[in-house]
Design a protein around this ligand. Sequence first.
Ligand code: SF4
Ligand code: SF4
Length: 112
Amino acid sequence: MVPEEFDCEHCGACCHQRSGTILVEASDLVRWKRAGRTDLLDAVEPGHFGLDAFKMKDGACTHLGTTENPAACRIYPDRGTVCRAFEAGSQQCREFRRDRGIEPPLERQPRA
Ligand code: SF4
Ligand code: SF4
């Protein structure tokens, strides 16, 4: 369940992943090819499940970080389908934020 009042805080936690896990869909490749974005096509490598994935740098997607903001996506208007579909405030979002120390860890509930 998504908390009602959680907007994306553009923390970049979801862009920090293990190599090969931020998958790129075939439709993204087609879109970038049509747009002549060889730079984006070149920034893809073999990922999990035999699919393509964004190349990584320093534990994050290679497209993460601008001069002004290290947590901003440099290709935001052209980002991948998985990036667009990722839901701010979802359990995964909150887990990634906890992993990076942006949110405090969940407190264990005492057993009844
Ligand atoms: S981890 Fe959540 S809050 Fe942070 S950038 Fe991703 S979607 Fe937004
Ligand atoms: S393309 Fe942008 S939004 Fe998607 S993982 Fe890379 S840096 Fe994050």
